[in-house]
Design a protein around this ligand. Sequence first.
Ligand code: F0G
Length: 405
Amino acid sequence: MASHSVVCWDCGSAVEDPHLSVCPRCKGLLTIRMDLEPVKEMRPEDLRGERMGVWRYAPFMPADPANKVSIQEGGTPLYRASSLGEAIGVPGTHVKFEGLNPTGSFKDRGMTIGVTHAREIGAKVVGCASTGNTSASLAAYAAKAGMDCAVFLPAGKVAAGKLAQALFFGAKVLSVDGSFDDALDLARRMADERMIYLLNSINPYRPEGQKSVLFEIMDQLSYEVPDRIVLPVGNAANIWAVYKAIKELEEVGWIDRAPMLTGIQAEGSAPVARAFASGSADFVPEEHPETVATAIRIGNPVSGRKALRAIYDTGGFSATVSDDEILAAQRLLGRTEGVCVEPASAASVAGLAKLRREGVVDRGERVVCICTGNGLKDPDSMTLGARAPMRCGSSVEEAARILSG
Ligand code: F0G
């Protein structure tokens, strides 16, 4: 396994206890410092013997491939989305479709590393709070690893498919009155009591696996750095993971510049975007977050400060989009590219369209939208605004009359 250490992102102290998810000295956020010296001797081609996916990038990962808990995560397509791009005025738009991961979201990238680490430290019961995708993913990886799993979900606010996945994979599902932030607070207290090993993204091993989406994008673009990467921001770990991957590729000399990281939030749930608008490095939590994009309905993003660093340091941007813009972008992506994403994922496309209209994004930019999750998990959102099925008898005449109507 690649040599690494857990350190506090705020005060730099080394953290030895594998069960801690904040610094014991200053309560700061944790991160992992990878020793990349061996990788400096390598080239990207040296990794291509392994199928595309998280474990191709094992020299960048703090877990031993010999212990891996894997369901073949990653290796998702990068579409050249020309029709979508023409429609929104950025012809060089690409879509990285994370909905084709084993449980239908990018969370599987973090979970393969997180659950492998849990196995390495001997954890028996894993747990998380979730807006849905993290719990679906953890439930599957816990099943694969033979571990017990408990998930804490905001009551009534999780898309049907995601809840079904957690139940299907055999997790114990606790429905918590309140928001995701309340559910996470409870899960963290359970972890403090050592009743679960916490696998939310505050666990620094999770973002390590999520770095692989950037490694794959670079592989798929033959290491030509795109101008911009746009992604939805909820608890704010994924944009941080992408940033960390960029910094590591710069460190080993595989790229020499960073794409502008552009984080999109829903209007009713936008602490990071509001902090960016005021030029602040910290955010003010939102008490009552609300959006149709339930996956990113989060008022107090754990990694919000890390996300802001990622955005400022890459010369990126952060903006909000309305629920209507999100649903329109979801439909547009489906009807121009044949790709079905959930509302939170469509926020990236909605954000790109809006920033093009406002002149923040140039027409000539080469952009990758990370579309984080599969629309099939949230069928209610897919049919919002769609035409209802049309009743039809068994005659050709009747069918023809309906179709010409
Ligand atoms: N897109 C989807 C589909 C998500 O499920 C999430 C987060 C995000 C984007 C935002 O990523 O939190 O790293 O900024 N979902 C979490 C969950 C919170 O519980 O499934 P982030």
